[in-house]
Design a protein around this ligand. Structure first.
Ligand SMILES: C[S@@+](CC[C@H](N)C(=O)[O-])C[C@H]1O[C@@H](n2cnc3c(N)ncnc32)[C@H](O)[C@@H]1O
Length: 266
């Protein structure tokens, strides 16, 4: 067993992070970043720091959990999603699943978009799930601060009047308004090991498969596609694609922006 494998084995046994789900090159980049911070020259040296210091274990866990997200991430997708939501609610309601929702900005963007499109709130039901309980706690709080690299006001500027959907908190903070929060329910769900859901009109599963080891992509996409009703839509991240075996069950509603429609059953 290599020192790197030993290190991953330690992380897997001492923390809640399932290293085996993730792509090795992704794990290596993240571990190496922490090693540079700690001036560790080898995996073995860094492993002994991890064994000795609980605080470093926490730092590494934080570095490994990619919760990077934004409000209205990849704006051209959101213009197309507005049409999907309007079409779905013309003569009914829409059930949306934001799978791997991180700290909630994606499902709240969906809720804001629906309200902004004039869809009555009673017609919108959004389930948002993630594997990471801390991210879900932050999502339920719905409070976000601008940082040097992420300006929340800029992200919300996709909407004409974002302040209808968030309350300002000081200079840099925003809290999602209650009438937006009310449309979203958060719950823990592991896309690899938990059961599929059913009957969703729209599922967003964006920017999770890019980090996941190849062998788990198919189980994730099987879970997701089984959860969409025939004729419903799936949205992937901008660099993600459907693997063969799953692809056949979908037609590309807008391939440039990774929106697919589940084929009706024969
Ligand atoms: C980069 S974020 C994507 C957030 C959002 N969908 C977006 O595109 O902005 C990836 C999320 O996937 C979650 N994740 C990783 N493995 C998962 C799994 N097996 N089941 C559910 N969520 C998972 C992580 O906790 C993280 O919050």
């Amino acid at each position: 067993m290599s020192d790197f494998e030993r290190l991953l084995g330690f992380v897997e046994s001492e923390t809640d992070f399932a290293t085996s789900y993730y792509d090795d090159s992704y794990l290596d980049r993240r571990v190496s970043a922490r090693m540079r911070r700690r001036d560790a020259d080898s995996y073995a040296e860094y492993l002994s720091i991890l064994e000795d210091e609980e605080s470093e274990r926490a730092e590494l866990l934080d570095t490994l959990s990619v919760n990077v997200t934004q409000f209205f991430r990849d704006q051209k997708v959101w213009t197309a999603l507005r049409d999907v939501l309007v079409d779905e609610t013309d003569d009914g309601s829409v059930a949306v699943w934001s799978a791997a929702c991180a700290d909630g900005r994606e499902p709240y963007s969906i809720a804001m978009l629906a309200l902004d499109a004039g869809i009555p709130p009673r017609k919108v039901d959004i389930l948002a799930t993630d594997i990471d309980e801390d991210a879900l706690d932050r999502a339920r709080n719905g409070r976000y601060e601008s940082t040097r690299t992420a300006d929340i006001r800029d992200q919300l500027d996709f909407l004409d009047n974002p302040l209808e959907y968030v309350d300002r908190q000081g200079d840099r903070g925003f809290e999602v308004a209650d009438h937006v929060k009310d449309l979203v329910t958060f719950e823990r769900h592991d896309l690899i090991t938990d059961d599929p859901k059913s009957g969703f009109d729209l599922v967003c599963c964006r920017n999770v498969c890019i980090y996941i080891d190849k062998q788990y992509k198919r189980p994730i996409l099987d879970t997701v596609s089984a959860s969409i009703r025939p004729g419903g839509h799936l949205v992937l991240g901008q660099t993600e694609t459907l693997p063969s075996g799953v692809k056949e069950g979908f037609e590309a509603a807008d391939p440039r922006i990774r929106i697919y429609r589940r084929q009706p059953v024969e």
